[in-house]
Design a protein around this ligand. Structure first.
Ligand SMILES: Nc1ncnc2c1ncn2[C@@H]1O[C@H](COP(=O)(O)OP(=O)(O)O)[C@@H](O)[C@H]1O
Ligand SMILES: CC(=O)OP(=O)(O)O
Ligand SMILES: [Mg+2]
Length: 401
């Protein structure tokens, strides 16, 4: 029998999320997370779902992504699911920036690696980690197909009117400056799952997807195709995020250089790592921010209000872009778990047919569900994302059998 398993690696700037799936039924055999890579104490949490074993967790030093992947491989081996398994058909990798070149999942060869490397300046937090993940996996299993699934791919359907910045065309083209968009695998999966929840085909529905994780982005999806998204050349544009500023006047940068005497790298770090929620109130975890808000902490309240204000603006903007909206879908860590964020983001939008039922909104579940009142014109949904399943499905469709 031909191998039917796919290992998915989602390498972030300081973490690796992974899942091993059996593609005969999409079931998960194992999943886990390596966190705080490169910090003093890293942590690995591994759950062997297939064998029904207990979750194993340990802390120690994991210096880089190569060491992380070796640790993952060792954990899998303990359950007889190691990378040497003949049942492994392929390894699927999340690659954040694919530029304009990659519109589909792609089998990785040297040319593909070179292109991912060339794109590092526009995804400095993500593409290097993705590359290390791929190279380490290749070294462990040189015989296996390795597939890249790009965050940018779903957004390549955006019209030029949404994808271009209003800057000098020659300069933009020379430096490939345009809006690429990210989290596309999640936006694709969630918009499809939302249509399914409504009992409709993706082609029939217009959805606003709000992917609110540590990184956050919104997208406008018309009939299954992305027509606009909030991230741009890099994952810095758009919504307020855990540590990233999102939208601001680009002149802030010149001001910081001229008046603040800051270097390009210092400003890059400021806007990507020390801004957003953490810059505003010292915390980037929405759970902690909500706790502080409940205690009457004014700094946390202001950070929350700024986050919500920006989110609401994007909902309004994408309502206008789509003209007709069938559903608004919340997803990722914050979107799936933070009822107060969902409620506040849609507060006062009844005239647009948008409302949240407080009782439904308070229900905690890992299933896709509606949280709008029964008669609402626009459905509001919570749809857990599954980037790993989507990457595995696309990988197996390309190289399985
Ligand atoms: N119960 C919860 N309530 C509010 N926010 C939550 C909850 N659980 C997780 N989060 C938020 O989700 C974020 C992580 O989301 P996730 O989608 O995993 O992000 P990423 O993939 O970018 O690491 C955390 O930073 C935290 O703010
Ligand atoms: C592109 C991006 O922002 O990804 P993440 O949310 O995983 O940081
Ligand atoms: Mg994420």
């Amino acid at each position: 029998m031909s191998p039917t398993r796919v290992l998915v690696l989602n390498s972030g700037s300081s973490s690796v999320k992974y899942q091993l799936l059996d593609m005969r039924d999409g079931s998960r055999l194992a999943m886990g997370l390596v966190e705080r890579i490169g910090e003093e104490t890293s942590r690995i949490r591994h759950t062997p779902l297939g064998t029904g074993g207990e979750t194993r967790e340990w802390s120690g030093s994991i210096a880089d992504h190569e060491a992380a992947l070796k640790a993952v491989s060792e954990e899998l081996s303990k359950d007889g699911l190691g990378l040497d398994s003949p049942e492994l058909a392929a390894i699927g990798h999340r690659v954040v920036h694919g530029g304009k070149s990659f519109t589909e999942p792609t089998v990785i060869d040297e040319a593909v690696l070179a292109e991912i490397e060339r794109l590092i300046p526009v995804a400095p937090l993500h593409n290097p980690a993705n590359l290390t993940g791929i190279r380490t996996a290749q070294a462990l299993r040189p015989d296996l197909p390795q597939v890249a699934v790009f965050d940018t791919a779903f957004h390549t359907t955006m019209p030029e009117s949404a994808a271009r910045y209003a800057i000098d065309v020659k300069t933009a083209d020379e430096h490939r400056i345009r809006r690429y968009g990210f989290h596309g695998t999640s936006h694709a999966y969630v918009s499809r799952a939302t249509a399914e929840l409504l009992g409709k085909a993706p082609e029939e529905v217009n959805v606003i997807v709000l992917h609110l994780g540590n990184g956050a982005s919104a997208s406008a999806v018309r009939g299954g195709k992305c027509v606009d998204t909030s991230m741009g050349l890099t994952p810095l544009e758009g919504l307020v995020m855990g540590t990233r500023s999102g939208d601001m006047d680009p002149a802030v940068i010149f001001h910081l250089m001229r008046v603040g005497g800051m270097s390009t790298d210092e400003i890059d770090t400021l806007l990507n790592k020390k801004s957003g929620l953490i810059g505003l109130c010292g915390d980037n975890d929405m759970r902690e921010i909500r706790r502080r808000v409940e205690e009457g902490d004014e700094e946390a309240q202001l950070a929350f209000d700024i986050y919500i204000h920006r989110l609401k603006k994007y909902i309004g903007a994408y309502y206008a872009v789509l003209g007709r909206v069938d559903a608004v879908a919340f997803t990722a860590g914050v979107g799936e778990n933070a009822g107060p964020v969902r409620e506040a983001a849609l507060a006062g939008l009844q005239e647009l047919g948008l409302a949240v039922d407080s009782e439904l909104n308070a229900v905690r579940s890992d299933q896709p569900r509606l949280i709008s009142p029964a008669q609402a014109r626009v459905a509001v949904a919570v749809v857990p994302t599954d980037e790993e399943l989507e990457i595995a499905t696309q990988t197996y469709a390309l190289v399985g059998q």
